[in-house]
Ligand binder design. Structure first.
Ligand SMILES: C[S@@+](CC[C@H](N)C(=O)[O-])C[C@H]1O[C@@H](n2cnc3c(N)ncnc32)[C@H](O)[C@@H]1O
Length: 307
């Protein structure tokens, strides 16, 4: 496949802007230019990833509102915004008490307010032995009495919002070769049970030395399924919280173009490593910051289990 902008390279374009999504402009990502958003916003002050990143939950919801607004603007009519997120347990002060924040419900409300249709919710289930979870369930073993139950969380939500109704006539007008190369392998879909609202997928395992270390990266299998299910070859996928670039890597492998936004300049090196230099354009914008190292220091200072 040739790249969208007609270059002679035979790999699709991947472009990442380093800046604050809240300041993204239409010269960077034009209105209606995107065929699918696949992303995972930062999890509000998640103790293992983003401790104290946001001064308040209201400030966090402001970012989600801006994300919904930008997604509505850049998405083509009828297309999908897929969001991997989950409710978040955040420690309060120096105690081990946690407060649970309803990110899934609040994100859903914000996207509905923005005018999206609520298409579906898929529950991503990780293996039961997932090693990065906070082991709250030990509390009831220590105190086997009522009210000591705090379950371990091994799931996240994949929320699917749609930018108005899709015109299926668009597919009939597509060139035959593009339509055929975008055909979904239904044997694989059935075998791997993509047809259900529960997807069992192994998370990125927290081995030290991996390129995604210190980034709450999702496994490639999530964008792989979503990109095949909701885009045609040659279309453009957007990840407004690009992180290590998982969505963009898979987009390119599947012959789609990719655009990312990422606030943390310290992830440039990671993106280059994961995506390679070929066909990759990185640009700095207003609001870009250096975050990762300071977050990692805070995480090591805070390690203990909230309930
Ligand atoms: C959950 S991670 C995304 C991980 C990604 N899905 C992957 O597989 O590597 C969320 C990312 O959002 C970035 N971020 C936080 N606030 C942002 C903002 N205002 N604008 C753009 N990116 C932001 C964080 O630095 C982080 O890398």
């Amino acid at each position: 496949m040739s790249s969208k902008k007609g270059s002679s390279r035979d790999v699709p374009d991947i472009r990442v802007f380093f800046g604050d999504l809240r300041k993204m402009t239409s010269t960077e990502v034009a209105d209606g230019d995107i065929s699918l958003v696949v992303t995972s916003p930062p999890y509000f002050n998640a103790p293992f990833d983003y401790p104290d990143l946001f001064p308040s939950y209201e400030d966090y919801l402001g970012l989600v509102r801006s994300f919904a607004h930008q997604s509505k603007r850049v998405l083509r009519r009828g297309r999908i915004c897929a969001i991997v997120t989950d409710d978040m347990l955040v420690k309060e002060g120096s105690s081990n008490r946690g407060r649970k924040y309803p990110l899934v419900a609040d994100t859903t409300g914000i996207f509905l307010d923005e005018g999206f249709l609520y298409r579906d919710k898929i529950t991503w289930v990780k293996p039961a032995g997932y090693t990065r979870i906070s082991r709250r369930s030990g509390v009831v073993l220590q105190h086997p009495y009522p009210m000591y139950f705090y379950p371990d969380n091994i799931q996240e939500s994949i929320l699917l919002f749609q930018n108005g109704e899709f015109d299926y006539g668009n597919l009939k007008d597509a060139p035959k070769n593009i339509l055929e190369s975008s055909r979904i392998d239904t044997a694989q879909l059935n075998k791997e049970r993509w047809n259900l609202t529960v997807w069992n997928i192994t998370n990125v395992l927290p081995f030290s030395g991996r390129v995604e270390e210190g980034i709450a990266a999702f496994p490639e299998e999530i964008p792989r399924r979503l990109i095949k299910l909701f885009t045609m070859v040659g279309e453009t996928v957007f990840d407004p919280f690009a992180g290590s670039g998982t969505t963009l890597k898979v987009a390119r492998e599947l012959g789609r173009n990719g655009i990312g936004y990422e606030i943390d300049l310290e992830l440039k090196r990671v993106l280059r490593k994961k995506l390679g230099g070929h066909g990759l354009i990185l640009e700095e914008r207003e609001g870009a910051r250096r975050l990762r190292r300071s977050l990692q220091t805070r995480i090591h200072q805070n390690r203990s289990v909230a309930r």
